[in-house]
Write a new protein. Structure first.
Length: 426
């Protein structure tokens, strides 16, 4: 009976401990560890795939190429840091834990390439000042030196037991492996601190583009998360030197910070380019839609519209619509009664509208009248008694088209102009 109770108590204790582990950071990561690292790898690969067409199309832009390179290295880091990939690389090479210097090298290359990109991005690619050239050389030499040292230390170390998840803490006291682990952590911490300082100093400068500022903010947050990654990794390693056991910091807390950091940094590098690209595309579509009322009115004059072509760029669609409108509006302008347009303008002012809006409404009303006049004079291209100001009319087609949308205001302007004309005639 006592044995039964004891066994039940032990089982309950074990169940309680398992439940606590499941809700701890380490338990959460251990449960989802096999697929944990593939999440940022997939997101980064998708970001690179989305960015790739722009990089290929604008291959002459070195900043775009550099962003693509950083994303490619980041993807490689999260592909090779996954336990399944680590085991496969170790098995293919036949060297236990050879993935360690390989992954550490990729991480060092990623930190160095990010720092180089920030330097080039901020100072400009044409900056050949002594300080910039010296900084670039130091970053390249430092990164290559650290990578070479990592491989030398691994070659000198004795690490026969394969560790897929906790190599940093497992070999924290092993000669040469210890130095290799500390070297990669300290080197990347220094690179991250320098990059973070450059970013936050840049954010505080005036005159930054909004998309660039938001991109830098995401980068700053990403590097803060990356510093947090090293802040929990180093204590876990140091704890092993003093005989303590804080491995859960390295295996449970650090991985989510690494994933969050990579995603934020990727967004930070992509956002200024992607945001500006999407903003330009949106502006073109808005401009194209803005011209629709005037385009439809001109179609009633010409009888045909712009042919619809598949796979036409937004820029070309806008240019074709603007060209069509101007081509129809130019001969139509000879039917515009300038005296009537002036009355429309004065009527709009009398209604309390500001001059720019009044001028657009007056032009819209005059163009509508010219369309009606041309219909009544089918086949007659003779000039009216007034010469229209075609230069301003053709230049302000956007405002003219927007004015055509304001049916109530156009009606009010016409009513006011007719009333003024009747009073004048009386």
């Amino acid at each position: 009976m006592i044995a039964t109770v004891t066994s039940a108590g032990s089982a309950a204790s074990a169940g309680s401990a398992a439940a606590q582990l499941a809700w701890s950071p380490a338990g959460f990561v251990n449960e989802f560890y096999p697929s944990f690292w593939w999440i940022p790898a997939g997101v980064l690969t998708a970001a690179l795939a989305i960015k790739l067409p722009t990089i290929v199309r604008l291959w002459s832009d070195p900043l775009l190429r550099a962003v693509g390179g950083v994303l490619l290295v980041a993807c490689a880091v999260f592909v090779f840091v996954a336990p399944s990939t680590i085991a496969r690389v170790n098995r293919i090479t036949g060297v236990p834990n050879i993935s360690a210097p390989w992954v550490y090298s990729l991480l060092t290359a990623f930190c160095g390439s990010c720092l180089l990109l920030i330097i080039a991005w901020r100072n400009g690619l044409n900056d050949r000042s002594a300080s910039t050239v010296r900084a670039v050389r130091w970053v390249i030499a430092g990164s290559l030196g650290v990578i070479a040292a990592l491989w030398i230390l691994f070659a000198l170390a004795d690490a026969p037991v394969e560790r897929l998840r906790d190599l940093d803490t497992y070999y924290a006291n092993t000669p040469y492996m210890r130095e290799m682990i500390v070297l990669y952590l300290l080197a990347q911490t220094v690179a991250t601190v320098i990059t973070s300082a450059l970013i936050w100093n840049w954010i505080r400068t005036d005159g930054l583009d909004a998309w660039l500022r938001w991109g830098l903010k995401f980068l700053g947050a990403g590097y803060a998360a990356q510093l947090s990654f090293y802040a929990v990794k180093l204590p876990a390693v140091v704890a092993r030197w003093t005989g303590h056991h804080l491995d859960w910091l390295s295996t449970g807390v650090a991985p989510p910070l690494a994933c969050l950091s990579a995603l934020l940094i990727a967004v930070g590098f992509i956002l200024p380019h992607a945001g500006q690209y999407l903003h330009d595309r949106w502006r073109l579509r808005v401009a194209h839609h803005r011209l629709r009322p005037l385009y439809l009115l001109m179609r009633t004059v010409n009888g045909t519209g712009v042919p619809v072509l598949l796979h036409t760029t937004p820029e070309l669609r806008l240019i074709r619509r603007e060209t069509f409108i101007r081509d129809v509006l130019l001969p139509l302008a000879r039917h515009i009664d300038e005296a009537r347009r002036q009355r429309f303008y004065e009527a709009a002012l009398a209604l309390g509208l500001e001059p720019g809006r009044a001028k657009a409404l007056a032009a819209a009303a005059a163009v509508q009248d010219a369309v009606e006049a041309r219909r009544e004079r089918t086949g007659d291209d003779g000039e009216s008694g007034h010469e229209a100001d075609t230069t301003e009319l053709l230049r302000e087609i956007g405002a003219l088209s927007c004015a055509l949308r304001r049916g109530e205001e156009l009606g009010a302007v016409r009513e006011r102009a007719r009333g003024v004309k009747r009073v004048g005639a009386g």
